[in-house]
Design a binder for this molecule. Structure first.
Ligand SMILES: [Zn+2]
Length: 102
């Protein structure tokens, strides 16, 4: 079996050692709002179908739903948990989620 390496720092992960699986799922959100199509709807659908035909089905699917799995060592997991999006100024824990999460 190939040697397991941390997706973050590349360090070899020891058999039986502490390691973490990070699963990321992202899917397109729909807020219920549909913009009114400015022209003829039938022409719009034809244009859309033409456009879809020229797009790689995999990338089309990834536009809607994407799933990624990573394996991390503890320091990388901790860093990721504190600031998953590598933001310049990580939000203090719980600051923004107050009042939105129940
Ligand atoms: Zn690491």
């Amino acid at each position: 079996m190939a040697e397991l390496r941390c997706s973050g720092c590349g360090r070899a992960l020891q058999k039986g050692g502490l390691k973490y699986i990070i699963e990321i799922k992202s899917f397109a959100d729909f807020d219920g709002y549909l913009e009114e199509y400015p022209g003829d709807v039938r022409e719009g659908i034809d244009e859309l179908l033409d456009a879809i035909e020229n797009v790689n089905p995999e990338s089309l699917e990834e536009d809607v739903y994407m799933e990624r799995t990573y394996i991390l060592c503890k320091p990388c997991r901790d860093r990721f948990s504190d600031n998953p999006f590598n933001a310049a100024e990580p939000l203090a824990q719980g600051e923004l989620s107050k009042g939105t999460l129940h």
